[in-house]
Write a protein that binds this ligand. Structure first.
Ligand SMILES: Cc1ncc(COP(=O)(O)O)c(C=O)c1O
Length: 409
């Protein structure tokens, strides 16, 4: 998977991005002349990949989530319910979408060891006002949702699996996102399969799927400008997430974009035919891309075995098959995270810090309780890159830097 020439590239220009998705010229070019029914073809291909009867596509994961939540509000069985249970640490745009949909996020702490809800958290927070419990598969981890499903069934709510970062991850042999009542995926920049932007929702049962289809019938279709911009964005993101471009992009603050409100807006429209055509070309490679990410995560884990003061993600047992979009580690001494990130960056390795604040810190209206697990992740998270630009030399160098830095601090 690793281009031998990458070893010879001068280090000053090479800066491995924290996340990236392979995109070849011919895949991008597929977007220039899409078939008229490209969106329908891509939708069928994704449904078959996920082994569900159908799915719905939109301009972004945020758009898809917004439409899903509005669909849920209109379901007679869920009428009058106003709360959505969310992890206190997750992508802030998710909380923004919940608020935009006129609903109230109800935050639940997460366990920094598993990145899932703390034991008993969903049960303690769900009730007659709960519309949905959102279960996230962060960093491409494959987490069980059975506890959330049991709670949802007990209170009459639904489970939405947020697999925005985990397309292709599997749990107990089935794609994550297909265990809950609904699954959400993102096709945004740096995701397992990226069309430069895009979102997908699938439903587990036929009644829910029919309700989604009714909402989607009213969705505006993108015009020519949106199509051109989507292709240009995809090209620009591929350049920015290239080892030569990332140095410049990170100097311009690209690594902080997701943490900033300016990037949380979303258009209420469908996916463009161009993006669908690119997605169709990429989808057959997705499992191989994910397998290569897994192998790099494994190589990091082997190199970093026994590293003190670090909380690793749960070992994926027989049931879980993570895709490791990034390999997360949480530092027990949270003060060290920025220093470690800076040392890796100085060596040309882009480690991520993701969102540095918990949702209640970002949205003052959500303050009220303490979320110690989420706070520890927000302060101490470092994600190691697993993308196709990372080679075995980067991993050996990165691991040596981390060991040394932790010994020095
Ligand atoms: C966990 C999670 N949920 C939802 C989203 C929103 O997806 P999109 O950027 O496609 O709107 C993201 C995006 O990064 C995410 O990481």
């Amino acid at each position: 998977m690793v281009a031998p020439s990458s070893l010879a590239r001068p280090q000053f220009a090479r800066h491995v991005p924290p996340t990236a998705t392979p995109l070849r010229w011919q895949e991008w070019q597929a977007g220039l002349h899409p078939a008229q029914d490209a969106v329908a073809q891509f939708r069928r291909a994704l449904a078959s990949y996920l082994d569900v009867s159908d799915c719905a596509l939109a301009a972004s994961g945020r758009t898809a989530l917004f439409l899903l939540l509005r669909t849920l509000c209109d379901r007679p069985a869920l009428h009058g319910r106003t709360e959505v249970i969310l992890p206190a640490y997750t992508c802030p745009s998710v909380a923004k979408v919940v608020l935009d949909a006129g609903l109230t996020p109800r935050l639940v702490d997460i366990d920094p060891y598993t990145h899932a809800y703390v034991d008993g958290g969903p049960a303690a927070n769900a009730g007659p006002a709960t519309l949905a419990l959102l279960c996230v598969h962060p960093y491409g981890l494959a987490l069980p949702v059975n506890e959330a499903m049991a709670v949802a069934r007990a209170v009459g709510a639904v489970v939405v699996e947020d697999a925005a970062q985990a397309l292709g991850a599997r749990y107990a042999g089935r794609a994550v996102g297909t265990h809950g009542d609904f699954g959400l995926f993102s096709l945004g920049p740096g995701k397992p399969l990226s069309t430069g932007g895009g979102g997908v929702v699938c439903a587990r049962d036929a009644t829910h799927a029919a309700a989604l289809a009714r909402t989607w019938q009213r969705l505006a279709q993108p015009g020519v400008a949106a199509t051109g911009w989507a292709l240009a964005r995809l090209g620009l993101f591929s350049l920015a997430f290239h080892p030569a471009g990332w140095w410049l992009a990170s100097k311009a603050g690209a690594h902080k974009v997701g943490d900033h409100e300016a990037s949380w807006g979303y258009a209420l429209r469908g996916l463009t035919a161009s993006q669908a055509a690119v997605g169709l070309r990429l989808l057959p490679s997705l499992d191989a891309i994910n397998a290569a990410r897994r192998a790099r995560a494994q190589a990091w884990l082997e190199q970093l075995q026994g590293l003190p003061g670090v909380i690793w993600p749960p070992a994926q047992g027989v049931d879980g098959e993570a895709v490791y979009l990034r390999l997360p580690l949480v530092l027990q001494d949270v003060e060290r995270a920025d220093g470690l990130q800076a040392r890796l960056a100085a060596a040309g390795i882009g480690a991520g810090r993701m969102y540095r604040r918990t949702l209640d810190e970002i949205f003052p209206a959500l303050r009220g309780a303490a979320y110690p697990g989420a706070t520890q992740v927000a302060r101490g998270l470092l994600t190691l890159p697993t993308n196709h630009y990372v080679d075995s030399r980067d991993i050996r160098r990165g691991a040596a830097i981390l060991r040394q830095a932790l010994a020095d601090m």
